[in-house]
Design a protein around this ligand. Structure first.
Ligand code: V55
Ligand code: FE
Length: 490
């Protein structure tokens, strides 16, 4: 039997678990507020089979969809594999058939041309349906009750892109979902599909344009009137892929770009702004308009945060030496030229969260993960190799910061935000926290007052079995779940 490689991608917090399980009425320490009523879905990469190549990475792990169902202070849990085409083929063969991360030229010839995506990045709720997404393929629809996979989602054949982002944005007023797919017609293509689905989940537009070079566009942003595409110099090359090399290589000397277009406009109206070389961001916090200005807040760093993307581009940097911060870029659409302003508005970190109602609008506060100066060395694990151990609340307008710092030997996954019934309250954050135990890890679900994170959790739910690091999550309220059910014919 082949074994999992003993690299950071497969040991410690990243040890494959591979157990589909469920449990009802988990023990709750403390009290979960009654207004938390719904489901916290999580995307958890977990490779079902040892990889074909020993240098495989966590981002290739088969997607599992996990669900905390919370009602009346009680918690049920379940987790299942997303039955992607790839998962089903490998399950049948009882071994890996797909090769390196996003390199189809390294696959077993038996699966040539088959769908490689693992749907492991973000659960997305829109139009009464739940999708598991990864940016290298289409999303897969999943039954929010049973977590059974329903199938690949292409808007009943209307969406022509081969890919769908893991970071769509839903407008809080119109309910429309704005999204895109890059490498829309194949690996290493510069084609981007930009699309909108109406509040009921029907595709209402899809337009294609070219980005300046083939970069990994992990996230984008909307405002009330604009769509914003950041282009960072982590690039793909077809010859490198054909030679069995890495999909992504960071180019420290190549310039960055930001494309801004009216969100209901034509892609030909895109205006390109030129930025500093070598910079990188995976996640954008939010964007909003102020007079004729557009502000974009993002988790920016001076190089790519993923070691394997840096190394492929010959960039030698220790993970702990990466510089960055929560950064605000300001674009003045009234001015000619391709310049914009930049200022740092908060400490370094990533995995930002926002109240859904603040999407694309001026906002008071956001939450993101960072490092606790008193937390000791971070635990190895998670997508970039080091786990975060602090949660921040920040008011970017005035710099006010609150922190929930974890102790030595602890790690935190990205929270979801649950709105309060009373609109003037900050609501709640739900997140999984791991603590190093003797030989393994003990995981808990934490419930935290979003307006008083420094006070720590108001409730904790110890998990009876090991968990694996999550990428992103989604909160879907009981009311949304009920509307989704009503949409489906019985
Ligand atoms: C990211 C995650 C991915 C991926 C590419 O967080 C980028 C960034 C979990 O998969 O394939
Ligand atoms: Fe992401």
């Amino acid at each position: 039997m082949p074994a999992y490689p003993q690299t950071i991608h497969f040991v410690g917090l990243n040890t494959p678990v591979g157990i589909e399980w469920s449990a009802r009425n988990l023990d709750v320490i403390g009290t979960i507020p009654a207004e938390i009523d719904g489901a916290f879905f999580r995307a958890v990469p977990d490779p079902a089979h040892p990889p074909m190549f020993d240098d495989d990475i966590i981002l290739s792990g088969d997607g599992m969809v996990a669900k905390f169902a919370i009602h009346d202070g009680t918690v049920d849990y379940a987790i299942r594999y997303v039955e992607t085409e790839r998962y089903a083929l490998e399950k049948g063969a009882r071994r890996a058939l797909f090769g390196q991360y996003r390199n189809p030229f390294t696959d077993d010839p038996a699966v040539a041309g088959r769908d490689r995506t693992v749907a492991n990045t973000t659960p997305v709720w829109h139009g009464g349906r739940l999708f598991m997404t990864k940016e290298d393929g289409l999303g897969y629809e999943v039954d929010p009750d049973t977590l059974e996979t329903i199938g690949r989602w292409d808007y009943h054949g209307a969406f022509t892109s081969q890919t769908f982002t893991a970071h769509p944005r839903v407008d809080p007023q119109t309910g429309e979902m704005f999204f895109f797919g890059y490498e829309a017609d194949g690996v290493c293509s510069t084609k981007i599909a930009y699309a909108i689905a109406d509040r009921d989940g029907h595709l209402i537009s899809e337009q294609w344009f070219d980005q300046p070079y083939c970069s990994t566009i992990h996230d984008f942003a909307i405002t009330e009137h604009y769509a914003i595409f950041p282009i960072f110099p982590t690039t793909a090359d077809l010859d490198r892929l054909k030679a069995g090399g890495a999909h992504w290589a960071h180019q420290q000397d190549l310039e960055s770009w930001v494309g801004i277009m009216p969100r209901y406009g034509k892609v030909e109206e895109m205006r390109w702004f030129k930025g500093r070389p070598g910079i990188s961001a995976f996640h954008l916090v939010n964007a909003f308009e102020e007079g004729g200005l557009i502000h974009l807040d993002l988790c920016l760093s001076d190089t790519n945060a993923f070691g394997f993307m840096r190394e492929a581009g010959g960039v030698q940097r220790d993970q702990r030496d990466i510089q960055g911060g929560l950064t605000r870029w300001t674009f003045d659409l009234a001015k000619p030229g391709d310049g914009y302003e930049e200022r740092v508005v908060g400490p370094p970190g990533d995995m930002p969260r926002l109240r859904d109602a603040d999407q694309g609008r001026p906002y008071r506060s956001a939450w993101y993960l960072s490092m606790n100066p008193q937390g000791g060395p971070p635990l190895p694990g998670g997508p970039v190799g080091f786990a975060f151990n602090a949660l921040l609340q920040i008011e970017p307008g005035n710099g006010r910061i609150d922190m929930m710092g974890l102790e030595f030997g602890m790690a935190i996954s990205e929270p979801v935000h649950v709105p309060a019934v009373q609109a003037d309250q900050d609501g709640w954050l739900l997140m999984v926290v791991d603590r190093q135990a003797a030989e393994s890890f003990q995981s808990e679900l934490w419930v935290v007052d979003a307006g008083a994170i420094g006070a720590g959790p108001v409730a904790r739910v110890p998990m009876p079995l090991p968990m694996r690091a999550q990428v992103h999550g989604a909160w879907v309220s009981a009311a949304q779940l009920a509307r989704g059910k009503a949409r489906q014919p019985a």
